[in-house]
Design a protein around this ligand. Structure first.
Ligand SMILES: [Fe+2]
Ligand SMILES: [Fe+2]
Length: 469
């Protein structure tokens, strides 16, 4: 484990060569993946040399190898964290028993559904982002976009490896379906809502990587606790890559608000007059992508969540921080909707686990927003970005079909419709943001609406040729 045979068709640290049947199945899926990548991956950049990080082993010093590479030649591989001998179930009904190396029959469907749902998000986001290369605000950002894209491709490989290895023919069929669905397609959409929303410009891309990739972090963290050991080990390695995606989003928006503040000062208050994005518009896009991302955690009170925990498949974020791991008889105090009213009450903990995970996610989002607000404050501007109430603009779960203001006041549908444009991007906002999206492909130059990054990639200077034109 840990050592990778890079001369193989599929780089891996799972000793793929020892299982010829599996190796052949994955080698048969590989050309379909490359076809999908060429069709649905970044439009117009496939033949360029991009300065990318490639995982070559799971060792701390080996997994981040940087070089210029053409995206279709990227070495997508299969990497699992090394197996820890003697690992036991960390939660649920099997707490303390040895973890599983195979999927127990009775949990097969539940496990497959979780893996397919996670796997589906990976190619979906590549599809959502495929046109963005045409309008990148700098070569640095262009490179970061492609880094995120190739790693989402690798995450698809990670899930397909599990499907092929542990779910037989069903798994192979699911792996094909993962390449057949299309983000936003009316007939064969991606599974989850936020992954069918267009990410049609860079402000949405940064919000997506800030908020939606962060959902990914929390889902992967919960699966990284799994008693199905190969799933846990796969997700652990994916998390190392995921961190960069959230960095792209958080630092991207930080640079947008910094620039916005600079332009406000230059223009006596109106950054739009100088080709910037005003802070109230940034707030609206945060409201949109945050609320879409909250939906990804699923229903507030959920028997599926209870089952996934009980069976040892999906745990909590950093399960070992908790003292108690069975959660029988414990409760979670949360807001619920009862008779059309918001009531704060205790819900059996196992049924509340989606909400428990969402609550951890919200805290993490708030830490990022605090850093944006520090940037605004340091610029001497009096404005704060806030996260809206978790009940605002929800389309999945208990709050779907109800209406709340961003500060959590319940309102009627009419009021929401009338005031919607104050809280969420309007068609005019979209038109304005898109009007700013002109590519900047000169080294070390930035578009008007975004500040330069604090530092380059891999310690390189800002004027490095991150993408060879
Ligand atoms: Fe991912
Ligand atoms: Fe990601």
């Amino acid at each position: 484990m840990g050592n990778v045979l890079t001369d193989e068709k599929i780089p891996n640290n799972v000793n793929l060569g020892s299982d010829k049947r599996l190796q052949r199945a994955l080698e048969a899926w590989q050309p379909a993946f490359i076809d999908w990548w060429k069709q649905m991956g970044p439009l117009g950049w496939q033949e360029r040399d991009i300065y990318l990080r490639t995982a070559v082993s799971v060792e701390t010093d080996g997994w981040a190898h940087f070089d210029h590479v053409k995206m279709p030649d990227y070495r997508w591989g299969i990497f699992l964290e090394p197996k820890k001998e003697g690992r036991t179930h960390g939660f649920g009904d099997h707490y303390g028993q040895p973890v599983w190396d195979e999927v127990p029959g009775e949990f097969r469907n539940m496990m497959k559904r979780l893996i397919v749902t996670q796997g589906d998000t990976e190619p979906a986001s590549v599809e959502q982002q495929r046109d963005l290369g045409a309008t990148a605000p700098s070569l640095y950002d262009l490179r970061n976009l492609f880094q995120v894209n190739v790693e989402e491709g690798r995450h698809l490989w990670a899930m397909v490896y599990l499907l092929h290895t542990y779910f037989g023919r069903d798994g192979r069929e699911e792996a094909e379906e993962l390449l057949a669905r299309r983000s936003g397609d009316a007939d064969k959409p991606r599974i989850l809502g936020a992954f069918n929303e267009p990410t049609s410009h860079w402000l949405s891309f940064f919000m997506f990587t800030m908020f939606t990739d962060r959902d990914g972090k929390y889902q992967l963290s919960a699966l990284a606790e799994s008693g199905f050991d190969p799933l846990a080990r796969t997700c652990r390695f994916m998390l190392t890559e995921e961190a960069h995606h959230m960095f792209v989003g958080e630092s991207g928006i930080q640079r947008v608000v910094k620039r916005s503040c600079e332009l406000m000062k230059e223009s006596s208050g109106d950054p739009r007059s100088l080709g910037g994005i005003d802070l109230p518009t940034v707030q609206k896009y945060a409201n949109l992508w945050y609320s879409l991302s909250l939906d990804l955690f699923g229903g507030e009170v959920s028997s599926n969540a209870a089952d996934a925990f009980a069976s040892g498949i999906k745990g909590r974020y950093k399960e070992d921080r908790y003292d108690e791991h069975k959660l029988v008889g414990s409760h979670f105090a949360m807001d619920v909707l009862e008779g059309g009213k918001v009531v704060h009450k205790d819900v059996p903990m196992r049924n509340a686990l989606n909400e428990v995970l969402r609550t951890e996610y919200i805290k993490d989002c708030q830490r990022g927003v605090d850093r944006w607000n520090k940037t605004i404050k340091d610029e001497g501007v009096d404005f704060q970005i806030t996260l809206p109430s978790h009940k605002f603009h929800r389309q999945i779960g208990m709050w779907a079909g109800t209406y709340f203001t961003p500060d959590g006041q319940m309102i009627d549908a009419e009021t929401f419709a009338r005031r919607r444009g104050e809280w969420l991007p309007t068609a005019e906002d979209e038109t304005y943001i898109k009007s700013l999206m002109h590519p900047v492909y000169e080294r070390a130059k930035m578009a008007s609406w975004i500040a330069p990054p604090n530092k380059g990639i891999n310690g390189l200077p800002e004027d490095f040729e991150y993408v060879r034109l």
